[in-house]
Design a protein around this ligand. Structure first.
Ligand code: HEM
Ligand code: HEM
Ligand SMILES: [Fe+2]
Length: 487
């Protein structure tokens, strides 16, 4: 044996045995989606770091990989990894919840590989064709130009096909098996989620009309359909982890969904303040979006109550900790950070400053990344034969705890740095200088802004280190099997 074989063997033994025999078909498919999500999460952070570096040194990699491309890949990778995380989580729970095997598992696998190939091609095209004309051909083949969903039209069609397969699998499996309250909410929500994507697919030459529909995808996804989706996944997670009764979980779910749609749908108006839409959106958007934190408070009460009643007893400490991080992260990032700038009187000053980026980072991480990470841990637990992930881990669980600390402190640090920058921009550029061109530069060159960009980068590095440690932990936790099996 040469030294290479020896080191490969030792790496393999470090990972221990991964036991897929205990997984059902849906869960095996979920592992594919989780793996793609994890890879894209790391890619998201790498491109975020490049964009963050370019904020400080604008000439960095100029002509090789421009800021616009780094930013685009950073946020596109995020949207795709989160969608993969959701699809994976739903496939994970589908067979247990419905009581029967997934209706079209083979089709589901095919859809996964189509998606993986499409994402790879789209990213390569982004990287290799960074500048050029914007016309009908480029819209179909290269870039559609709408933030977060820049993927060209051909890829849009592919994504819709993949979503239809996913939807078929969920609806048909529940229809043939057992329907539950969670199943019903989930299925209806997926109709809305996939349907809304269509609103982002047609092009209007009038920028106001174009933005009007674009927000139907972005806002109505993250503040309505995605929130309801995580509500369903979380409800199932609480039953699984804490043994909360189905009756309690479902009652809460119905209340949360009603509040979420009641405030979130018309809350859309907070994006229509200044884009050329009629004035009544100021009132509608301000009023309804101010109510959006209410369901998020309900979610905190719900999970803290359940955790208390069940005395925090659970067999997967990392998953449980990330679920709690999700509840508070959702409330803080979306609820509190969203509320801060949602009234038109305030948004007039904060609109489009780093304030938005501060909220965007904490909300996406707090509401969505956290819950998907919790499901990663549920999956890994099954892969380790269903063993307990608790204080009994042979390395005392330092890796998951440090990963969690670094990730949460990193994102919170970035959020605060961006908030300082946003506050400074609102103050100098908007309030003092009256939104003039020279005011814009005065704000960009102010030491508070520049130092904040430095702190964002530093905390970004911390976030990245946390994410790498998280991946190491996911691959190795419980590998030595020095843990007590579940009784
Ligand atoms: C998990 C849920 C949420 C996520 C992921 C999220 C994410 C984001 C992101 C990324 C942006 C920037 C969009 C852009 O590129 O222009 C944004 C904007 C905004 N969000 Fe949220 N958000 C969430 C919930 C909320 C809630 C509940 C509120 C209100 C209470 C809110 C209020 C706003 C407002 C007012 C803006 C516009 C900022 C501006 O004027 O530039 N968001 N959100
Ligand atoms: C390594 C850590 C990270 C760094 C250095 C970083 C850096 C950046 C930069 C430079 C931008 C462009 C901002 C602008 O155009 O003004 C950006 C945008 C964004 N990032 Fe990150 N990011 C990181 C991690 C994350 C994470 C963990 C998330 C969420 C899970 C996230 C979500 C977003 C979103 C939603 C936007 C668009 C915000 C907006 O348009 O308002 N980023 N990020
Ligand atoms: Fe919104």
């Amino acid at each position: 044996m040469n030294s290479l074989t020896v080191s490969i063997e030792s790496i393999k033994s470090g990972f221990g045995t991964l036991d897929t025999a205990r997984l059902n078909g849906g869960q095996r498919l979920a592992l594919h989606y989780f793996s793609m999500a994890a890879i894209l999460f790391i890619a998201q952070l790498l491109f975020g770091l490049l964009a963050g570096l370019q904020f400080l040194w604008p000439g960095f990699l100029f002509g090789w990989i421009d800021f616009s491309v780094n930013r685009m890949i950073h946020i596109n990778a995020m949207v795709v990894w989160m969608l993969c995380g959701f699809i994976g989580s739903v496939y994970w729970l589908l067979e247990e919840e419905s009581g029967i095997p997934v209706a079209g598992l083979k089709l589901g696998k095919l859809a996964f590989w189509v998606l993986a190939a499409a994402v790879t091609v789209v990213v390569l095209v982004y990287l290799f064709i960074q500048t050029g004309p914007g016309n009908d051909t480029t819209r179909w083949l290269i870039n559609e130009g709408r933030e977060y969903i820049e993927a060209p039209r051909w890829a849009d069609i592919g994504i819709v096909a993949v979503m239809l397969v996913f939807f078929y699998n969920v609806a048909a499996t529940f229809a043939r098996g057992h329907w539950s309250g969670i199943a019903g909410v989930l299925t209806l929500d997926l109709v809305a989620l996939a349907g809304l994507y269509l609103a982002g697919m047609f092009y209007a030459t009038n920028i106001t009309v174009d933005q009007y529909w674009w927000w139907w995808v972005i806002h109505l996804w993250v503040e309505a359909t995605w929130e309801v989706l995580v509500g369903c996944i979380m409800a199932w997670g609480l039953m699984k982890l804490l043994g909360v009764s189905r009756r309690i979980v479902q009652t809460w779910l119905y209340i949360e969904v009603a509040l979420m749609f009641g405030s979130g749908i018309l809350g859309l108006g907070h994006h229509y303040f200044w884009i050329g839409t009629p004035d009544y959106w100021l009132t509608i958007g301000g009023f309804f979006s101010a109510l959006e934190p209410v369901p998020l408070v309900a979610m905190v009460v719900h999970s803290v109550y359940d955790a208390g009643v069940h005395k925090l007893k659970n067999s997967n400490h990392p998953a449980f900790a990330w679920i709690i991080a999700h509840t508070f992260g959702n409330f803080l990032g979306a609820g509190v950070w969203g509320f801060m700038h949602t009234l038109p009187q305030i948004n007039l000053y904060t609109h489009g400053t780093q304030w938005s980026a501060s909220h965007g980072h904490l909300a996406f991480f707090g509401a969505y990344a956290t819950l998907i990470i919790a499901f990663f841990y549920l999956a890994v637990q099954q892969l380790r034969g269903g063993m307990t992930f608790g204080a009994n881990l042979s390395d005392h669980g330092w890796k998951w705890k440090w990963a969690m600390g670094l990730l949460n402190t990193g994102v919170m640090g970035m959020t605060i740095a961006l908030l300082v920058a946003g506050y400074e921009q609102s103050f100098i550029e908007r309030a003092v200088e009256g939104s003039t061109w020279s005011g814009y530069f005065a704000a960009q060159n102010h030491p508070w802004f520049q130092q904040a960009m430095g702190w964002r980068l530093a905390f970004g590095v911390m976030t990245f280190v946390g994410a790498v440690l998280l991946m190491v932990d996911l691959l190795t936790v419980g590998a030595d099997r020095d843990t007590t099996p579940l009784s």
